[in-house]
Design a protein around this ligand. Sequence first.
Ligand code: CA
Ligand code: CA
Ligand code: CA
Length: 367
Amino acid sequence: MYRRTSWVAGGLVVAGLVAVAVAQQRPMGTPEATPQAKEPPVQAGLAPLPGETRLANIRQLTDGGENAEAYFSFDGRRLIFQSTREPYGCDQIFTMAIDGSELRRVSNGEGRTTCGYFMPDGRQVVYASTHATMKECPPRPDFSRGYVWPIIAAYDIYKANADGSGAVALTTTPGYDAEATVGPDGRIVFTSLRDGDMEIYSMKADGTDVRRLTNRPGPDGGAFFSRDGKTIVFRGKTLQGGELAEYQALLAEGLWRPTDLEIFVMNADGTGLRQVTSLQGSSFAPFFHPDGRRIIFSSNHHDPKGRNFDLYMVNIDGTGLERITHNETFDGFPMFSPDGKKLVFASNRNQAKEGETNIFIADWVGR
Ligand SMILES: [Ca+2]
Ligand SMILES: [Ca+2]
Ligand SMILES: [Ca+2]
């Protein structure tokens, strides 16, 4: 049952966080060798649930398993996402057209991967993978200490051609480097523990000119640029006292308990940090509306048990909170298409089996 709460892990940091079977048989074919010609499982006109007045024409793009973190290419025509599906024992990175067709694996089938994103020209992608030092799926987390999750130190960020070929490492520092997303000029923001805490960094598209953007104790990460590249939205938490001590003690063991997160914004150079939400739940996976004035994100603050995540929208100044989804299971990882007319998100709605997470795309109603 922790399948749903596993998403508490939040933002792009689901890396290694979802309990799955340890690696079984995983073919080692090249990405080019494995285009999958399966018919798209698109379901036209999946009805919005009562109250979901912002969503219309919902279509399901994946067909079971665990699928999440689907992000549009800059031309709005393709999606890159992570998926645990046969024959892989843990997440690999795939791309598909926004109708679910043209499915293609772009990671190499080894290790665990997370957080794929297209470069602006659509010809290259970035993602994080453990495969250089960990070719098998990492062991599933030990839940004897509650909902703590591993921050997998073997992650580094790679850039590859859009067909998966030619992958090169953009980070080589010891420890966790993941959660890479890209701005309109190709600059990359990512999360790293290279300085001992979860912090947000940016770098050029070739991995040079690394700049640290956050500098405070606590789990800063899951960053995305605004459409104009001037602002960054992310999740984090200012921790003090006993909370901070507990967080740091867990982190020293490579663990994180991501149950208390808020949404923040800052300028692209790390100045001008502002807190957007104060909802006192776990609010994560923020993304800017193309207008740059509103942020969509996922939160469980309305659920006393903290299990049900739904999508919310809020103005950048924290006013005007609007609930977008009303589904009793997980809804998260929202992203607007570049023109603001479509919303892609991951959800456990319409699941054929308990705990399945699929990718959905909907038309956005209203401004
Ligand atoms: Ca690393
Ligand atoms: Ca921090
Ligand atoms: Ca929900």
